[in-house]
Design a binder for this molecule. Sequence first.
Ligand code: NBP
Length: 472
Amino acid sequence: MSKSHFGLIGLGVMGENLVLNAERNGFSSVVYNRTYSKTEEFLNARGAGKNIQGATDLKDFVDKLERPRRILMMVKAGPAVDAVVDQISPYLEEGDLLIDGGNSDYQDTERRVQQLESKSFGFIGMGVSGGAKGALEGPSMMPGGTKSSYDAIESLVSKMAAQVEDGPCVTYIGPGGSGHLVKTVHNGIEYGIEQILAEAYDLMKRVKGMSGVQMADVLAQWNATEELSSYLVEITEVCLRTKDPDDGADLVEKIMDQAGQKGTGLWTVVTALQMGAPVPTIYASLNGRVMSSIKQQRVHAEGILKGPAVIDFDLGQPGDAMAPLMDAVVLSCVASYAQGMELLRIASNDLDYSLHMPSIAQIWKGGCIIRSRLLKRIQDAFNSDPQLENLMIDPWFAEQVNRRLPGLAKVVAGAAEAGIPVPCFSSTLDYINSYRTGRLPQNLVQAMRDCFGSHTYKRVDQDGSFHTEWLN
Ligand code: NBP
């Protein structure tokens, strides 16, 4: 058999679909999996009749690839990536290229790029978004590393990626771990939007007593708007409409209220805190998952801590897309994107990544989980001002904020009185109110810090650092 164009390591959900995608696009492939029986199963089922061959071990795998080799690893982030790199390195030759397509920590990728390039191999850290379906039909891909390494895979990834009106949903992101950083922040934004939609669902259900189908009808209206048309709104509508085949009840009501996480949301928040980028909506969504995980404690506390009874308040009319609730959802989604983009801008400066913000918005327009019509507006905003400090001050987004802020405030106030937690909505309201306040009360914080710890303070009316003997 002739040598293959492309190699894939790790036949999990993503790996299987990505190799079928590559093969469909004309790249003959070879696959390797730690447990060989999975390789056999794949070749006998979905891989049957395709230009895909299997390898029993890594030497066999490397031998079956044309040079320079292009190898995509789809294994769990962390030690599994290092294990595969260590196992395959003895068989690689100068110019061969490894791509880590998992959700790796960008700092690990920085280290691996240096480690592999010191041995004259190439290494690309590439975020891949789109789930199983996206991987098969065309994901959004965020590759980072040395530019010459990217050039060697450009023809492959631009064919595999989702295509939108202005090109494939893949571009060279930047050096080192930049591709994985962008994917991490993508996931942070995704956490935000998922929690926002869950909060909207909770209010419609508990305050208005709406059924799954009634809520799905509202989501369908939202999905028809420029502001909310998106993959996540679309699938939320599907989830709300789906019935349990056993008894015809809404299936979501049978699902345990504990959300899992694999690390990217946490890394987004930790990176943001380290770099001084405010991401309160994204943080609230992460914390929402953490709170959800302490189920036993919540159930115990439910009988002890008495909040107000759930009262009815104005969330709008179902026939009118629940207008104030839609305001809350739109602004919280805008805040998630704004916070993610601001984090990327700050990280780009700190890490010297030279991220091109319009291109990042462009490659998120198709294939990925946070794809939405709003991304076209985000792309336009950064095209007109590549140094835009915050999306919310772009004229189109500023108009949205100014028009929808009263609706968001009404929803947060109503939820507070009804005792229903809305962490993303309320964090967004505080975020916007803080961002549009020229003078915050941190002057008093500075006074306290100087009072107890002589930390000094700056004055608004004089230059220099000042200290006062407050307790004399
Ligand atoms: P899974 O975790 O389902 O599977 C990983 C595969 O890697 C398994 O088939 C496993 O083999 C293989 N593997 C090899 Br080869 N060497 C391994 C080692 N040393 N340790 C552990 N496993 C090894 O993968 P997945 O869900 O396709 O995800 C792969 C990566 O893509 C992850 O980083 C994930 O976060 C990321 N990602 C996933 C999605 C998604 O929707 N699932 C989306 C975007 C990104 P085995 O058969 O012997 O266990």
